[in-house]
Design a protein around this ligand. Structure first.
Ligand code: 5GP
Ligand code: ZN
Length: 113
């Protein structure tokens, strides 16, 4: 296995607060939340970042967005929510395993950063 924090979280080797799981995706609470709801959605397979999305794995990314829509419905995020993926160092990607931040519960400024 990759020596990767999020691979270990998805495999249950490092504890996390699970929100949702299926065969392909694992969702858990961010350890340092920046909004009342701050979840991370990760593929269970190791993909380094959005820069590595290609024909072989893009269906998985589509599935992650289906899960985002389902969670938003279940959590009644009718006022809106934000989905963020940081890709690469200058964008602030600190964990090199593709992840999508799902943020909600407050107002968000734009443009970010
Ligand atoms: P990035 O900065 O790469 O876009 O996002 C990484 C996110 O992972 C950060 O928001 C950070 O708080 C979160 N994070 C880092 N280590 C852990 C951990 O061990 N457990 C959990 N639940 N979140 C983590
Ligand atoms: Zn990984």
């Amino acid at each position: 296995m990759e020596d990767c924090l999020f691979c270990k979280i998805a495999a249950g080797e490092i504890p996390s607060k699970k929100i949702y799981e299926d065969d392909l995706v694992y969702v858990f609470e961010d350890i340092a939340p920046t909004a009342p709801i701050h979840y991370l959605l990760i593929p269970k397979t190791h993909i380094k970042s959005a820069a590595e999305v290609a024909a072989e794995n893009s269906a998985l990314v589509g599935h992650i967005f289906e899960v985002i829509a389902k969670l938003a419905k279940d959590l009644k995020l009718d006022d809106g929510f934000r989905v963020v993926t940081n890709c690469g160092d200058s964008a602030g990607q600190t964990v090199k395993h593709l992840h999508f931040h799902l943020l909600a519960g407050r107002e968000f400024g734009w443009p970010a950063g």
